[in-house]
Structure formats: C-alpha cells, structure tokens
Design a protein around this ligand. Structure first.
Ligand SMILES: [Fe+2]
Length: 322
C-alpha cells in the first residue's frame, strides 16, 4: 500500500515552473475530436470545499491492438492533453488478446502529459497481467491492484483507490480499502462498474469504470438490452447513482475494441470524460443527468420443484442443491 506519492515533475503535465495555475485555464469546450467525444461532469459533493477544480480525465478500454488504429489512440491522447488535466485515470483493458502490442501501449500511455493511474481489466489478465503492468510502468503509469495511494496534484491531496479486475476474480475489496482515510478526498477506479457499490460503502463517493464499451451500438437503446438485460450489468454507460448521496459510478464508453470496431449511436462513441473535482454537481453543463441503475439481468421465475416420490422425502429435505 502506498501512503503518499508525489509523481515526478516530468509527468506533471502543464505544471512546470512558470506555468499559470491550472484553475485559471478552463478546458476546451466540449466537442468531437475526430470520432472521440469529450464529455464533462462535476465531481461528487464530498469534494466540494476540499478540492479546487482538480481536473481528472478518464479513459477506458484502450484495447491497443490491431482492431483499433493507433491514430485513434494518439487522437485520444491529444484530446486529453488539450484539456490540461491534473490526472489521467485509465480503467483497464489496455490490450486485446495478446502481448503483441505492448510497445505501442507504452508509447500511447507515455504520451499523456499528466500523471497516470490505472487498474487492469479482464483482457489484461487474459493476455498477461504481469507484462501489461510492466508496459504501463515503462510509460510511468501507476497501477493500483487492490490498493490505494495519495497523490499530490497542484498542491492538493487526492486519495485514489483501485480495484483489480472483478470479471476475472482478482478484485479484493478488503485489501483495497485497508487503511483508506475518510478525511481525504477520494476517487475510486474499477474496471467493472458494479464493484462501485462496495467502494461506496467505504466512503468512496465517485468510482470510474469501463468494460461495457457502452454496448458500442446504442441505437434504439440496444446497449441497455444487450449489456443490461442479457449480460446483467446495472451500469452500462454514463453517470449512475448520486454524487450528493450514497455514491456514484461513471461507466466510460471506451476508446478501443477487442473484436468489433463498429460504434453506432451517440452514447456508443469513443469517449474522453473530464471530471472537475471540487465543482458542485449541477454547477457546470454536463452531458447527462445522474441515471438510476438498470434492473440488470431479467430473472426467470423459479421452476416448480418436482414433488419427491413417496419414501424419498428426506433426501434434500432443505431444498439445497447437492
Ligand atoms: Fe473492454
């Protein structure tokens, strides 16, 4: 567990000596950068008064590899840098199915001018978590595997807690939150959005996540059917929960893809998301309002239990599967 980390000045993008304070430079207006959407949101209420306009750029599911052109990855980095964030948060699935593109991954992540923190996703574990971590470390990124750290960014402390991937069974909530301070503004990272609920219970007011790619095809709300009802996700794309209440999670649409590059529908476009931590929810124009969770997978009514033949009533008398 890292208790206090100040990232080297070489990776404090836009904060070199002589630069004006970041708070005085508003981000570029929301716009599309080639095929990448830029969306903006305020942070949670818990950060109001504790942080002053700390800007976090969130990208997820880069999936560096042959399905997503390197030009798209570079565009995503350029769009992010143009916003002059204080921190870049990456929430997993850095690769697709192999270790063939780890050098490109290092090149892409090294291009961010702000400090980078991240967590791994299921594709990273399937392809080789150790090697992906190494590629990220070469780029100067900090990977939070079930642990937290406190960063000093523009003179402000931000505690960041990262869960390893839950889809492949690597998330360890108890390890991740051990020693987490309740008196320090905190941001959570998890590849799987549903894991946010466990972090909320430990006082983490906002969790950034990915994995769903927003369904990639969001026409006619197809994503909510495919990713929500069929795959069982309650958080498919965007902001869910309550930033002024029990907790919120943001599910990014991602940059890349591992199989099918197609993206159709406004919500399914590639996305960089900016969070202004310290800004009160509702105090700036946001892409959409907080959404309630989706119902998740449709549950079938339990089948009627067949009556046990006479003389076998004691077998499985408590109805438990054996
Ligand atoms: Fe992914």
């Amino acid at each position: 567990m890292l208790r206090w980390v100040t990232l080297p000045s070489a990776r404090r993008g836009g904060q070199v000596d002589g630069d004006p304070p970041r708070a005085s430079s508003p981000p570029a207006p929301a716009k599309r950068h080639r095929s990448i959407e830029l969306r903006r949101f305020a942070g949670p209420s818990a950060h109001v008064g504790a942080l002053d306009g700390l800007r976090v750029a969130h990208l997820t599911d880069l999936h560096v590899g042959r399905v997503t052109p390197l030009a798209v990855q570079r565009d995503a980095v350029a769009l992010t840098n143009a916003q002059r964030p204080d921190l870049v948060a990456l929430t997993g699935d850095f690769v697709c199915h192999s270790q063939q593109h780890l050098d490109e991954l290092t090149e892409v992540v090294r291009g961010f001018q702000a400090p980078v923190v991240g967590v791994l996703g299921n594709h990273d574990h399937w392809s080789g978590a150790k090697e992906v971590r190494r590629a990220l470390a070469r780029a100067g990124a900090l990977v939070l595997d079930n642990r937290h750290t406190t960063l000093e960014l523009r003179g402000q402390r931000l505690q960041v807690v990262g869960l390893d991937d839950a889809y492949t069974g690597h998330a360890r909530l108890d390890e991740a939150v051990k020693g987490l301070r309740r008196d320090t503004p905190t941001l959570g990272l998890s590849h799987i959005g549903e894991e946010a609920e466990g972090l909320w219970a430990h006082g983490v007011p906002l969790v950034l996540s990915g994995h769903t790619h927003a369904g990639q095809v969001t026409l006619a709300r197809l994503h909510e059917l495919a990713i929500g009802r069929l795959a069982g996700h309650r958080y498919v794309h965007g902001l869910y929960g309550r930033r002024s209440g029990s907790g919120a999670v943001y599910v990014g649409a991602g940059i890349g893809a591992s199989v099918m590059p197609i993206r159709l529908g406004e919500r399914g476009r590639r996305e960089v998301t900016l969070f202004e931590l310290g800004a009160r929810p509702g105090s700036l124009p946001e892409h959409h309002d907080e959404q309630p969770p989706l119902p998740g997978r449709k549950r079938r009514a339990p089948a009627a239990r067949p009556r046990a033949p006479r003389g076998e009533a004691k077998k499985g008398a408590r109805g438990r599967p054996r």
